[in-house]
Design a protein around this ligand. Structure first.
Ligand code: COA
Length: 337
């Protein structure tokens, strides 16, 4: 048996005891997009793997999606929200500038004992959140936590820009984590990285303190997400491969020990290309971008939830979660489910 503990095992681990996801009912197909911008189902599906995405209505918000996903994860964990100690919402499309989206989740769940905050690491936010909770539980400071990835990217997408609007969708996913002494189960290892020098590759510049809502924008497009697709594409493959290889090495695992790779769903071609370089067979790589598009911080927990529900991940499996996104940011968690 491989050494999964990377040194002396901690007394406690953060174990996933519940998971849930939620996407708005309204959908937008590639054919429908083809009526909005100069694109086609064929172009989008071949270049990205996306067929359809879920989109919020004007009456739906990030907190609403987060709350639904959280309720499902709590039900699965059989944990009363009143017992929750920490709520982290990973998002770059928060409910408001402040308070945090997590405050609205806390209120809706009645999680009065918890301390709560948002985490802004774009598509990497959920995995960053898991690594924070891992530290809290290994140090035995907290017993449980709720980590949510929730996004309404449709609200910051330029629906006239065919190079970006085809990529994104809305949704939320959540994990309940509980402290456990149960041997190897739970998050085994996390590694997180950032490169602020490349912030321009992916951004949405208004309305922050540099471009406040109170001042007219020189370029009105700054309210929308801007991406340098080619640069992101290349960086993503490189960083995913690098991060998985270093994680396996740190855990003394080989690619054969992995039951499933759950990657951030940014483009099926990026995931396939990275998996090929890692020599991971197709059946060990989960891709559901076809039905959701890129949901940023929500994509990993949505994919994980679907994977478990369809029987593709079982208790005891070794799973790698890997992410890449704006910042730039990237990272991975290795866990035994
Ligand atoms: C966006 C992405 C799908 C573009 O695919 P690509 O193969 O790199 O395509 P290119 O940008 O080189 O464009 C190729 C051509 O298709 C055109 N094109 C771009 N979007 C199009 C669309 N939606 N429909 C039809 N044609 C399109 C371009 O204008 C270009 O035309 P040209 O050759 O006449 O100039 C790909 O780069 C990608 O997935 N990048 C990462 C996306 C990202 O940043 N995600 C968020 C990170 S987490």
């Amino acid at each position: 048996m491989n050494n999964l503990t990377t040194g002396r095992p901690p007394a406690y681990r953060a174990v996933i005891t519940g998971h849930g996801s939620f996407a708005p009912e309204k959908t937008l197909t590639n054919d429908e997009l083809g009526k909005m911008v100069d694109t086609s189902d064929e172009w989008i599906a071949t270049r990205t793997g996306i067929k359809v995405r879920h989109i919020t209505t004007d009456n739906e918000s990030t907190a609403m999606l987060a709350i639904e996903a959280a309720k499902r994860a709590l039900a699965e964990a059989n944990l009363d929200a009143e017992e929750l100690e920490i709520i982290i919402v990973a998002t770059v499309t928060p409910e408001m500038v402040f308070p945090s989206t997590a405050s609205f989740v806390q209120r809706a769940l009645g999680a009065k004992k918890a301390w709560v905050f948002d985490l802004a690491a774009a598509c990497s936010g959920f995995v960053y959140g898991l690594s924070i909770v891992q530290q809290f539980m290994e140090s035995s400071r907290y017993k449980n936590a709720l980590v949510i990835g929730a996004e309404t990217l449709s609200k910051i997408v330029d629906w006239t820009d065919r190079t970006s609007c085809i990529l994104f969708g809305d949704g939320a996913g959540a994990f309940v984590l509980e402290r456990s002494r149960d041997g190897r189960k739970g998050i085994i290892y996390s590694t997180m990285h950032s490169d602020g020098d490349r912030w321009e590759a992916l951004n949405c510049q208004a309305y922050g303190s540099r471009h406040p809502a109170s001042r007219e924008l020189e370029d009105p497009k700054k309210i929308y997400m801007q991406i340098k697709g080619r640069e992101v594409y290349q960086q993503a493959i490189r960083r995913i491969v690098e991060t998985i290889n270093s994680s396996l090495k740190a855990c003394d695992l080989t690619i054969d020990d992995i039951s499933m790779l759950i990657s951030h769903q940014m483009n099926a071609r990026i995931i396939e290309s990275a998996s090929k370089r890692l020599e991971l067979p197709n059946e060990k790589v989960f891709i559901n971008i076809g039905e959701y598009g890129n949901t940023s911080a929500a994509s990993v927990p949505i994919a994980f939830d679907e994977c478990v529900r369809t029987g593709r991940i079982k208790r005891g499996d070794i799973v790698i979660l890997v992410v890449f996104g704006a910042g730039l940011t990237w990272g991975a968690n290795v866990l035994e489910f």
